[in-house]
Design a protein around this ligand. Sequence first.
Ligand SMILES: [Zn+2]
Ligand SMILES: [Zn+2]
Length: 232
Amino acid sequence: MIDYEYIRSKTLEVYIECKVKSFPLNCIFLLKHYGLKCKKYSDLSLAKQKHCFQISEDAFTLNDIVFYNDNINPSRIMFTLMHELGHKILSHTDYLNKQSEIEANTFASNIIAPRIAIHYSSKNYHDVMNIFGLSEEAANIAFDDYKRWRRYIITHNNKISELDKNFYNHFYNKKAKKFVYKSSECLICGRKMYNTFNQDCDVCTLPRYTNSSYDELNCQLLIAESNWLYGE
Ligand SMILES: [Zn+2]
Ligand SMILES: [Zn+2]
């Protein structure tokens, strides 16, 4: 039996402990926080690399060092690294048994793309790929699981669990007054932006539409004007 709620509660513990407030995750940072060093296969001698590949095509952990194949696509590396973190967080001793493998995969899928964050950000598995950095296959699995998660809530009087409330609270941003899964800064004025893939904020995009010849000074004036107007 896989205890999904327990595994999800462990991912929330990691977010709280490491102050994770947006996606995609910084996997190397998380591993370091839990005392795991990372070593790429490509940094090892050819003989050692051969040995690594015999153990795993993707990654394995030995004496708190995560050895990983850095010649696979980034989404697979990310999943693999979080799978290894899952083994550590879930205190697995036998990494090769089937139950441990499923648990580590469940941990990886949920920590990379928590279902409640999928709810606020994604309309389909494509969005899950783009926002959280999962591979197509993993994004499909996560999105299907999200749909089950949502159906469960709908069929239970629309009540979310205590655990999901805690997820919501962790990602709720008081300034933005909403659930935040992505935060960035406007490339022009540096203003904080939430849940957007735009490179600049609404204020800075304005002059491009109103002036045919866009220039920096005009943009700054408009920012100043709108700051004054809207009192930020
Ligand atoms: Zn494993
Ligand atoms: Zn701006």
